[in-house]
Design a protein around this ligand. Structure first.
Ligand code: GRF
Length: 195
């Protein structure tokens, strides 16, 4: 069984969809750790409920980037990480980690990459940008993480139509519901390739 280490910075609803997919048997994997950059977030409560070890690691509390990278690498090793899953993680993964886990880090983004992505496109800003551009459809994308924001090879996308009365909030909600279906499925497929 492969070990997933999930990174989250907020509510962790995608993290929850992965936990649920594992317990329903549609995803065969183990979550060996949750890494966050913040205390007191909902993702931590979700982890504690099912006894997933939590590591809170705030980059700004380290004396140097190198020290932070080394600690992160150490935790990943302790968790026997096979695949790193970014699920609403608001920090950039340091390059030493991207290099060590090349092609073994996935991310989900709430738009159809290459649209509405990159630095500054997070949360409701993504959906505001979709509405400002008058796009007729949007969706979510799962991709492999490389050194740039939202830039690595795309593994899958799921589309959502934009309705004339959508607000950033209503759109976010429908896209998030698609994310919850797409991410566990793509992880399952990707794990097969890692075998
Ligand atoms: C999701 O929209 C995801 O695409 C983005 O951050 C959000 C995280 O939501 N990367 P949650 O914490 O999983 O609820």
């Amino acid at each position: 069984m492969k070990n997933l280490v999930v990174f989250a910075s907020g509510s962790g609803s995608n993290f929850q969809s992965i936990i649920d997919a594992i317990s329903s048997g549609s995803l065969s994997a183990n979550i060996s750790g949750l890494i966050t950059n913040k205390d007191f977030i909902r993702a931590i409560d979700r982890a504690r409920k099912v006894d997933i070890p939590v590591s809170v690691l705030n980059p700004s509390e380290f004396e140097s980037t190198e020290e932070y990278e080394n600690r992160l690498l150490e935790i990943l090793q302790e968790n026997n990480a096979d695949l790193l899953i970014l699920a609403g993680y608001m920090k950039k993964i340091p390059s030493a980690v991207v290099n060590k886990y090349e092609d073994r880090i996935l991310n989900i983004h709430p738009s159809l990459i290459p649209k509405h992505c990159g630095k500054g496109f997070y949360g409701l800003k993504v959906h505001e940008s979709v509405l400002d551009s008058e796009d007729e459809e949007t969706g979510c994308t799962v991709h492999i993480v490389n050194q740039e924001f939202d830039d690595g090879p795309i593994l899958a996308q799921s589309k959502v139509s934009v309705q004339s009365d959508d607000t950033p909030e209503t759109l976010a909600k429908r896209v998030l519901a698609e994310e919850h279906k797409l991410y566990p499925k793509v992880i399952q497929e990707y794990l097969k390739k890692l075998n």
